[in-house]
Each structure stands twice: as C-alpha cells, then as structure tokens.
Design a protein around this ligand. Structure first.
Ligand code: ATP
Length: 300
C-alpha cells in the first residue's frame, strides 16, 4: 500500500488546514494511501519531518501551509537519493509556488489533485547545500519580505508587502557586482537582481511571466543603476508586466549564475533571509515529481 505523510503548519494563513485535517486525511485514505500527519511546531520542523519521511520511504510527502512550509519540505528532501513524490495544499498568506502550479487554495480542490494521478517533473534552485522553489534575490528592496511583521501580513495579506515596498524605495542604493551566467559576464552597478524559478513572484505573476518550472532554466532579471524617479516608474511598469523591455533591465534565461558583490548584499531566498553574497545558483532540472492539476498551463 502506498504511504503518504502530510506535513502541515497549523498556524498557516487562517488556520484552514488545522480545521480541515480530518477531511484531508479521509480523502487520502479513500484514494488508497495509508496516511499519517505531522503538525509543525516552529522553524525547521517541516524540514526535519520531511527528511525523516523521505528516509522512511514514504511514497508521497504533502506540504500543507504557505511558501515557508513548502520551502522547508523541499529543503528536507532535496538531498536524498530517492525522493518521494511531492504534493501541496496551499494554506499560507503567500502561496506563490502553488499559484505558479495552478493548485487552488480551496482544500477540496487541492485534495482532488492529491488524489489524482497527474504528475509532472519540477525544477528547483540550489545554492551550496540549500534549495529554493520560487526566487532568489539580492538588493535592498528584496529585504522587505522578511521585514514585514507577521501581524501585518495576517491582517492585510499581500498588501503588506506593497506598503513596505513603497516605504523602502528611497533607501535603495546601487551595488557594484560581477555576475557570471552560463559562460557570459555582467559587470556594473545594480539596484537588485531576481533569479526566478516560477512565474509567480511576491504574489503576482507578471515579474517573470515566461518562467517555466520544468525547463532547467532560471529567469534572471537585473535592474541596473537607476535614479529614484526612474525606479518608481519601473515599479509601475512592473505592476503592468511591462518592465522587461526597460533599458535599465537585463532579462535572460540561465541555468547557472554566480554573483559576486563589492561590499555587502543580502540574499533573499523565497522571501526569507538567506545569508549574504557571494553565491552560485544552480537550476536542478526536474529534481522532483509533483502532483499537479491536469489542466495546468504547461508554460509555468
Ligand atoms: N506551530 C507553529 N507555530 C508558529 N510558527 C510555526 C509553526 N509551525 C511552523 N511555523 C513557522 O511558520 C513558517 C512557515 O509559514 P508558512 O509559510 O507555512 O505560512 P504563512 O506564514 O501563513 O505564509 P507565508 O509564509 O506564505 O506568508 C515556518 O518556517 C516556521 O518558522
């Protein structure tokens, strides 16, 4: 009999997953899985639980929570030789990864996908021995995601990021970088860079619209040195998805990217603090198999 391990964050979003736990377990049992569940208790817990499930030979590991929970589950499993299939129930404030894959927030519909048989390979990003699912980014503006207080996130959700973003713009300063990507070189002053694995970043889908999650390539965006008014204008273009042709934006696809900086630049991995640069980012081509909706747009 196939075995499934549900790893859920009981505090995610509006605690929907905790309230619907019995329903989810019943659905999985009915679909033929011998199922068990693990409630996370704090930072690192989902990662440890996922690793243990992988080592214990579970066939399916389901992350139920926000992007933070999926990030941990992927980090717990990615190093294993034999990796279980991944499933997802989006229940967080930000569910960029689920959005990119077309997995709905509705628990019933998410369970339909988990109980179905539509499986796709997906890429993830790697830096040394760490992994990311959506995005790696550097530059002052990208630091805002972990500065947004969780109370504000719960209260106003996505809007919290935009409020903080606008507040932060005047403090954004350029940094001198040397970036090697797939044998090419970029040198100069930049405001920020984004290395995107999916087409859904920071809650909207227009930042890297062409990013595919199964092509072995990152969508790599560099915002070169800009004045404050230019930056504001670029921000408004980005909201409409019209930023990629801007003369101060470089947009390429790459499998391997090495970023070196003059001075200090923080790294943001999937919305959390990820240490400081330099770093080398590698796209791990189709590293996981994942249960996804049948009607999913293939591009992402
Ligand atoms: N029982 C718990 N109590 C408090 N915090 C927890 C608990 N379990 C996990 N966490 C923390 O929650 C983080 C993940 O949150 P998650 O992404 O699931 O939901 P969210 O905060 O609602 O959404 P998002 O991170 O997308 O805004 C984990 O990295 C961990 O630090």
């Amino acid at each position: 009999m196939k075995r499934a391990r549900l790893i859920y964050n009981p505090t995610s979003g509006r605690e929907q997953i905790r309230k619907n736990l019995a329903y989810v377990l019943e659905r999985l049992e009915k679909a033929g899985y011998e199922t068990s569940a693990h409630a996370t208790t704090g930072e690192g817990c989902a990662k440890r639980a996922a690793r243990k499930a992988g080592e214990n030979g579970y066939d399916l590991v389901i992350a139920a929570g926000g992007d933070g929970t999926i990030f941990e589950v992927v980090n717990g499993l990615a190093d294993l030789e034999k990796r279980p299939m991944l499933g997802l129930i989006p229940a967080g404030t930000t569910n960029d990864f689920a959005r990119a894959l077309g997995i709905p927030r509705d628990i019933e519909k998410a369970c339909d996908i988990l109980c179905g048989d539509h499986v796709e390979p997906i890429d993830i990003g790697k830096i040394d021995d760490r992994y990311f699912i959506n995005i790696a980014a550097g530059g002052t503006l990208t630091e805002l995601t972990y500065e947004v207080p969780s109370k504000l996130k719960t209260a106003v959700g996505q809007l919290a990021y935009y409020i903080k973003g606008i507040e932060k713009l005047p403090q954004v300063t350029p940094t001198n970088v040397k970036i090697e990507y797939d044998g090419k070189l970029f040198e100069g002053e930049i405001m920020m860079f984004l290395i995107s694995n999916t087409n859904s970043v920071g809650g909207f889908e227009k930042l890297a619209p062409e990013a595919s999650i199964q092509d072995g390539m990152f969508d790599f965006i560099i915002v070169k040195k800009l004045s404050f008014p230019e930056f504001l204008r670029l921000g408004s273009l980005a909201l409409r998805g019209e930023h990629l042709n801007h003369e101060k934006v470089m947009y390429v696809q790459a499998n391997r990217i090495k970023v070196q900086v003059e001075g200090k630049m923080q790294l943001n991995l999937d919305g959390e603090y990820g240490g400081t640069l330099p770093a080398e980012f590698v796209n791990m081509y189709q590293h996981f198999q994942m249960l996804t909706p049948k009607e999913r747009k293939r591009k992402s």
